[in-house]
Structures are given as structure tokens and as C-alpha cells.
Ligand binder design. Sequence first.
Ligand SMILES: Cc1cc2nc3c(=O)[nH]c(=O)nc-3n(C[C@H](O)[C@H](O)[C@H](O)COP(=O)(O)OP(=O)(O)OC[C@H]3O[C@@H](n4cnc5c(N)ncnc54)[C@H](O)[C@@H]3O)c2cc1C
Ligand SMILES: *[C@@H]1O[C@H](CO)[C@@H](O)[C@H](O)[C@H]1NC(C)=O
Ligand SMILES: *[C@@H]1O[C@H](CO)[C@@H](O)[C@H](O)[C@H]1NC(C)=O
Ligand SMILES: *[C@@H]1O[C@H](CO)[C@@H](O)[C@H](O)[C@H]1NC(C)=O
Ligand SMILES: *[C@@H]1O[C@H](CO)[C@@H](O)[C@H](O)[C@H]1NC(C)=O
Length: 494
Amino acid sequence: MLPLFVFLVLLLPALPLPRASADICIVGAGISGASTAFFLTNYTTSLHGAQLRVFERRHRVGGRLATVAVAGDHFEAGGSIIHPRNLHARRFADLLGLAVKAGGDDDWLGIWDGKRFVFQTLRPLPPGSSWWRRKLHGLLNSLLLLRRYGLSLLKMDKFVQEMLQRFMLFYNGFESRPVFATVEEMLKWTGLYGLTRRTLEEELLDAGLSSQTIAELVTVITRINYGQSTRISGLAGAVSLAGSESGLWAVKGGNWQLAAGLLKTSNATLHLQEGIDSITDAGDYYVLRSNTGNEYNCTATVVATPLDEMNITFSPPISIPPRKMQHTHATFVRGLLNPGYFGLNSASSIPELIGTLELPDIPFSCISVLKRYSEDDMTYKMFSCAKLDDGLLDQIFSARKETIRINWAAYPHYEAPEEFAPIVLDGKQLYYVNTFESAASAMETGAVAAENVARLIISRLSLPMRGVEPPGPHIKSFAGEDEEGSWRRHVEDL
Ligand SMILES: Cc1cc2nc3c(=O)[nH]c(=O)nc-3n(C[C@H](O)[C@H](O)[C@H](O)COP(=O)(O)OP(=O)(O)OC[C@H]3O[C@@H](n4cnc5c(N)ncnc54)[C@H](O)[C@@H]3O)c2cc1C
Ligand SMILES: *[C@@H]1O[C@H](CO)[C@@H](O)[C@H](O)[C@H]1NC(C)=O
Ligand SMILES: *[C@@H]1O[C@H](CO)[C@@H](O)[C@H](O)[C@H]1NC(C)=O
Ligand SMILES: *[C@@H]1O[C@H](CO)[C@@H](O)[C@H](O)[C@H]1NC(C)=O
Ligand SMILES: *[C@@H]1O[C@H](CO)[C@@H](O)[C@H](O)[C@H]1NC(C)=O
């Protein structure tokens, strides 16, 4: 008996033991899920043998970062511009070797009230204009803005700079930045929590902006960025105002490449076209069931998608505050705008970026020229809260060769005071990155939230940290790449 017993004991370690908890699983391959995967591998030396799995129900990664092809050319359909002080995004692009380009070159802004343009900047100079002409042009645009909005422009800039300064604390090193268990803690630590308690309008009135500036310029910006009015909460508002500054950029060929590159760098196993239907707590681990019939045992599970319109069944059920997603209909048109619709005689008199006031009769939030093929052949992008039907488009456009419509569950519908779902959904190992979107939705806020979740998992699973600190905020400046100088630049120059 003894020899056989010894034999069995020796054999034991080699037997395939059922491993109850093996993987770390991420639901969603947008920038949040990809960043979580990246930071988990970047900050640890080992995942204790766990495999990193990322599930994506669609056939592509990137989520709300996607390009659309209109008549053969590709354009950003979702998240398009990145702020120069978005350090994670900038670091990702550098690390992944992605080329970047200046974004937001919407020179010629017109503010539409449904009947006429109440304000316009100067139409752009022809390409190749001399340096002094461009300077003069910029100066005149600054004077135009100053004449209409006065000192409110400076106050608006100060408001945005204060927010950015606080936001930059999220890039501090580990020693001077705690790991946060709730969004409230994250925001209170940076001094940004108060901004989520009140509307942007209330904040800006307190900051001394004129009602006219809020009703026109600020409204145009919040409608472009979040499809909502200045009654959105203050932090989301400040983030959208930052998106009207100069130095904005984008990844050449599409921002979705950030997500794709991060997933590759992290060596995560990517399960494309595999949606997670249910997440069941099985004691020491979670069982994830997918729509392809597979099951996965996961030590920790990260939900990296907004749960508001999702059908993931949690057992036991989780409870999070209700949140509505604001839908933005992006409509791409190759053709020509109808000058008659805008009360003008020729299409060449229509501004390249049409912003709108918050009035019920205006059916769109904004229209911008994406590419000019000739004087009467262009590609436009429109955002609206509701679908733009063919009848309406036929009024707005005099020619329409191609039309593409995308209905995005785009970002939360902001309502101060914001309520935040927990980051740790069940007090155990179930994490939620997109609770942070209730503060502000952007690529960078996704990365910031993901970085914190990665640190939280590392500390709560006691994974071994890599000895080195993440690099400090030493980032190449974009100064000079925005030579054209957008109307945003003029605001800053004042
Ligand atoms: C029109 C528009 C314009 C925008 N403009 C900007 C901008 O200029 N700058 C900026 O910074 N931000 C912008 N944003 C916001 C920005 O795009 C988003 O905040 C960001 O991309 C969200 O990334 P995410 O990874 O958190 O979520 P998502 O990108 O939504 O990723 C979630 C992923 O999870 C997948 N998924 C969902 N459920 C499941 C499931 N059950 N199983 C498996 N997979 C699942 C989804 O398919 C998706 O790929 C814009 C957004 C829109 C819609
Ligand atoms: C999950 O763990 C259980 C319990 O150990 C085991 O029976 C099951 O086979 C595992 N499933 C997978 C897919 O590994
Ligand atoms: C971690 O990220 C930094 C850039 O942020 C990069 O330089 C470094 O190579 C990464 N390390 C690993 C192991 O991924
Ligand atoms: C990913 O895999 C490659 C090849 O196996 C390896 O060289 C690299 O170090 C891995 N990266 C991480 C972050 O584990
Ligand atoms: C969720 O389920 C409801 C009802 O079962 C269905 O109508 C809806 O389309 C589903 N949503 C998604 C995103 O699958």
C-alpha cells in the first residue's frame, strides 16, 4: 500500500487541480477597459498567475472611440479631441508610438439662434497667408469676442484653469496620492467635489460671467460637447469648457488606436464579440457567463462600461443610483448646406462651425465642416438630441450624396447634485470604472478612473508592485502645432 500512496502523493502536484479563481476579467474594451488592463500590468510584476481577460461584445475595440467612413474618408464619430493637459492620453500615444495631429481647427464660428447668426468670428484667411496677416486676423477675432463678451472671457478662462489645476493632482506620484475607494473621495481630495453639487450656470454666475456669455458662448460649448444646456453639473461643464481651449489634439487615423494599443501592450486575452450577460458571485470568485455560452471564473471583475443601458444580470443584485444616458445622434453628410435655410445667399457665407443656442425649435446642437472637397462639395458632422429625418435634412442641405447616422448612448445626462455609484460594487472584488463618468465623461476621465481602479485591485488583492514610480507629468508640449490658431486661441490670447 505504501509505495502506491507515495506514488500518488508525488503525482498530486502534477494533476490538473481545478482552479476556482484564476483570472482578472474586464468587461468592455473601450478606453476605460483598455486603460485598466494597461495599468494593471504596468504597475505589477505578477498577477499571481492570473490571466487578464477583456470581453467586448462588439466586433471591434474602442467603444465610443470609433471612426466612420464617409465617401472613402475616415472621420472620428465619437470622442474626437484630447486636451493638451490630458497626460495619460498623451503618455499612451507616446508609448504606443501613435502619430498625433492638431484637433479642433474650427476657425470660423457662427452662433445660430434659429433665425440668424447672432455672432460670428471672421472667416478664415486663405491658406498660405503671411505671418502678419494671420496675427492681425487673430487680433481682430480677439477684439470681436472681447466686444461681445468682455471680461467674462477672462473669468471663464480662470474658472477652467482652476479646474485643470485641481485635476492635475490625479497625476501625482503614488506617495502623494492615495488609492481611492469612492468617486466622492477622489473628487474631495482634488477639491473638485463641490463642482458636481451645483450647475455650471450657478458656478459661472458666481465666477462673475455675464448672463449673455453663459446663454451664448458657454451654451454653444456645452451643447457641442455634451448635447446639454448650461444646467449640467459644474465639473462636466468645466471639462467641456476646457475642450474649447487651444492645443487640442487627436490620434492620426483614429483615437480608437489608443484602446487597441493599450490592450496589446498589456498582453490581455481579448474576447471580441463576446458579451457578458451575467456576473455571479460564487464565493471566492465570480462566474461570468457570456452570450457565446462560455463561463469564466474570475478573482476580480471590472465593469468598464456604463451600466445604465446594459442588461448584465448580477447575482446577488447590485444597487446603484439611477442615471440616464444622453443620446447624441451624429449625422455625417457629404454634400452642401442650403444657404437658404440659414437666410444667406451663398453656401460660402455659412460658418464652418455652427453652434446653437438652447432653444426648442433648433433641431441640432452643432454642424461642422469635416472636409472641403470643393466649394460645393463637403463632408459635415452634425450632432443632435433626436434623429434627423430625411425631410429635415433636405431642408438643411441643398445637396446630399451620402448620409450616415449613428445613435450614441453618449454620456450621462448631467443633473446636479450628482450621485455616484460605488467603485467597489459589492464590497468585494467587483469594480465599476464608469461610475466616474457621473463627474465628467471624456477619454481622459476614463483613464484616470481606470488607473485608480487598477491601483485599488493591486492593493486589495495584494499583488506585487513594480518598484518604480510612474513617470512624472513630463509631457511634450503641443505649442506650435496649432499654427492656424483657432478661435479658441484668440480667447486665450486676450
Ligand atoms: C459623440 C461623442 C463625442 C465625444 N467627444 C469627446 C471628445 O471630443 N473628447 C473626449 O475626451 N471624449 C469625448 N466623448 C466621450 C468619450 O468618447 C467617452 O467618455 C469614452 O470614450 C468612454 O470610454 P469607456 O471605455 O469608458 O466606455 P465605452 O467606450 O462605451 O466602452 C465600453 C465598451 O464596453 C462594451 N460592452 C458593453 N457592455 C458589454 C458587455 N455586457 N459585455 C462585453 N462588452 C460590453 C461596449 O461595446 C464598449 O466597447 C464623446 C463621446 C461621444 C459619444
Ligand atoms: C470554475 O470553478 C469551479 C469550482 O472550482 C469549477 O468546477 C469550474 O470548472 C470552473 N470553471 C472554469 C470555466 O474554469
Ligand atoms: C509602463 O508604462 C511606462 C510609460 O508610462 C513605460 O515607459 C514602461 O515601459 C511600462 N512598463 C511596462 C512593464 O509595461
Ligand atoms: C507581453 O508579452 C511579451 C512577449 O511574451 C513580453 O515580452 C512582455 O514583457 C509582456 N508584457 C507584459 C506587460 O507582461
Ligand atoms: C435589454 O433587455 C431589454 C428587455 O429584455 C431589451 O428590450 C433591450 O433591448 C436590452 N438591451 C440591450 C442593450 O441588450
